[in-house]
Ligand binder design. Structure first.
Ligand code: NDP
Length: 284
């Protein structure tokens, strides 16, 4: 049976280390600051924003929360972003998605200063990742890489198979694995012979959003399995994209859902904010 990759424990260790680095910066007169912008009343977004604020507070990061009404115009939101871009207390800006339909998400994300883009979605940061000189890397795939590192998985020369090609997870994690010298295959909804491709992988990274579609029997014995998927089945149960019970019998290491990749995402948001604040401190 495979080892469980405990995202909660890895995240907790990183947050503890970050809290002491925040304290060191404080001593130099720099408090890392994250602005969190929420537009409208989406209940899931409200939960995510409050989790982010709580995580900031626990780490000593100052979080500045902006709750705007659902009828906010694009111009008003762009005005706030401009103000935050120029606010010297703010090291990172996070605009919670999705935005209401009168606002063009792309225009808003592009307006965030690339040097405060702690979500790593600005074309500047995407370009830096593509060219192998990343500044801010997107939080979920960055968290996946940290988990692999913490588990001692060496990627160089390994076959990594990623299922999913979104801009948020699949594509950036593929670039990060490539930068780590893995041989990368990206699969998607048009991929043929998916079981055969997954069966060749030393490392499987699933980011699809379909409950347990990656079957345990597809996994090569000894492979490492990272399950990014979060799918609600029934009232309360959450499952990943991988058939966990069967896959864990074949894998050498596997992430659970929940308690795997999930806790890493916010941790990497804090990490990016702290890195940004270190940059500010070094310029003082
Ligand atoms: P998207 O819906 O943007 O992308 C899903 C990808 O899966 C697409 O590339 C799609 O292919 C591919 N796909 C869909 N069906 C199949 C199939 N039958 N066979 C192979 N590939 C398929 O999702 P995200 O990348 O945003 O998220 C993926 C999952 O990760 C979700 O469950 C989401 O909730 C979770 N997630 C978890 C996070 C965390 O913090 N733990 C953070 C972000 C996401 P195509 O491009 O061809 O349509």
């Amino acid at each position: 049976m495979g080892k469980l990759i405990d995202g909660k424990a890895i995240a907790a260790g990183m947050r503890k280390e970050m809290a002491s680095q925040v304290a060191e910066l404080e001593a130099k007169g720099v408090t890392p600051g994250l602005a969190v912008v929420l537009v409208g009343e989406d209940p899931a977004s409200r939960v995510y924003v409050s989790m982010k604020n709580k995580a900031c507070a626990e780490t000593g990061i100052f979080s500045d929360e902006y709750k705007l009404p659902g009828e906010t115009t694009q111009e008003e939101l762009l005005g706030l972003i401009e103000k935050l871009n120029n606010d010297s207390r703010i090291d990172g800006i996070l605009v919670q998605l999705p935005l209401p339909k009168q606002i063009d998400e792309k225009v808003v994300l592009d307006a965030i200063s690339p040097f405060k883009d702690v979500d790593g979605f600005h074309p500047y940061n995407v370009g830096r990742l593509v060219t192998g000189s990343p500044v801010f890397q997107p939080c979920t795939p960055f968290g996946v890489m940290k988990m692999l590192e913490a588990t001692g998985v060496e990627l160089a020369g390994k076959d990594v198979v990623i299922i999913g090609r979104s801009n948020i997870v699949g594509k950036p994690v593929a670039l990060m694995c490539l930068a780590a010298s893995a041989t990368v295959t990206i699969c998607h909804s048009r991929t043929e012979n998916l079981p055969e491709k997954v069966g060749r992988a030393d490392v499987v990274i699933a980011a699809v959003g379909r409950p347990e579609m990656i079957k345990g029997a597809w996994i090569k014995p000894g492979a490492v399995v990272i399950d990014v998927g979060v799918n609600r089945v029934g009232e309360k149960k959450l499952v990943g994209d991988v058939e966990f019970e069967a896959a864990k019998e074949r894998a050498s290491a596997i992430t659970p859902v929940p308690g795997g990749v999930g806790p890493m995402t916010i941790t990497m948001l804090l990490f990016n904010t702290l890195e940004s604040a270190k940059g500010r401190a070094s310029q003082q």
